[in-house]
Ligand binder design. Structure first.
Ligand code: ATP
Ligand code: MN
Length: 258
């Protein structure tokens, strides 16, 4: 309600918005008429019956809370923003990736579509390999519908960064889980996350979940091992700050070899 609510009206089969100025400003950042067309398809598919406020507003994407009142299932809808600056930076991930070799477009609309497609594929790969991540549901251009990781009461499960650890053992438990997921992502999914951190992982139902995989690359990518080293460093930095220094931190080199 706070951010403006999009509700499907069965009679009109259209998306209605509450026409409040502040609400409009928030949603208009990403919900241009073209985007609304794609979101409407999720309504007409019957996948969702409500689109609510934002779970997260970021530089590159906004994540919205959605709901299906018939099945009583909640969803997260990630909508990528068209920002040339961001995509300039992102081109280094996509360049040289054979999966996207025929896509040398610099058209921002095409780029975000490509980016969303990449996240959808990577999420599917993780999901198929039993690496905990939000279940991918549907992709409509640059709008990606996925499972909503919630701790109940419609609230999102916390990011690793915000998780209230019970004790040192629990910190070590999640540290090891993260290292094992990194290894399994590489060896089983053939993916390097390439932006892994306490911001892009969520603690849900007592387990670590991996999110935000739009920039993930395959081992064949010329920078993949550099990205892997960066991921390892981010994770080690976070767990060092959490008090594992001199207790349980494994050297970056050992993790890399593992
Ligand atoms: P930004 O521009 O903010 O960096 P982003 O591309 O990093 O956007 P994500 O990391 O995928 O987007 O999502 C942003 C935030 O939204 C996450 O940090 C997480 O808190 C929340 N979030 C994303 N997906 C889900 C989900 N499926 N369930 C619950 N929360 C989610
Ligand atoms: Mn993120």
């Amino acid at each position: 309600e706070k951010y403006g609510k999009y509700v499907n009206n069965d009679k009109q089969k259209s998306v209605k918005t509450i026409n409040d100025k502040a609400n409009r400003a928030t949603v208009d950042q990403v919900l241009d008429p073209r985007t609304i067309r794609f979101v409407k398809k999720l309504f007409s598919n019957g996948l969702i019956t409500e689109m609510n406020g934002t779970i997260s507003t970021g530089k590159e994407a906004n994540v919205y809370h959605c709901y299906n009142k018939d099945t009583n299932i909640e969803y997260a809808l990630k909508i990528y923003k068209t920002s040339i600056l961001v995509f300039k930076d992102r081109s280094r991930y996509i360049a040289n990736e054979y999966r996207f070799q025929n896509n040398t477009s610099t058209n921002p609309r095409k780029m975000i579509k490509l980016w969303a497609e990449k996240e959808f594929r990577n999420l599917n790969r993780l999901y198929a390999n039993n690496i905990p991540c939000p279940k991918p549901i549907e992709l409509k251009s640059h709008a990606l519908l996925m499972e909503y990781l919630t701790k109940g009461n419609h609230e999102p499960s916390p990011k690793l960064k915000d998780y209230d650890f019970k004790n040192l053992d629990q910190i070590i438990f999640f540290y090891h889980q993260m290292i094992i997921y990194m290894r399994r992502m590489f060896q089983e999914c053939k993916l390097v996350h390439a932006d892994l951190s306490e911001y892009n992982s969520i603690i849900h139902n007592g387990k670590l979940y991996i999110i935000d995989v739009s920039q993930s690359v395959e081992p064949e990518h010329p920078m993949s091992l550099d990205f892997l080293r960066m991921d390892i460093k981010n994770i080690n930095d976070f767990f060092t700050k959490k008090g594992l220094k001199d207790i349980a931190i494994i050297s970056e080199k050992s993790i890399f070899q593992f």
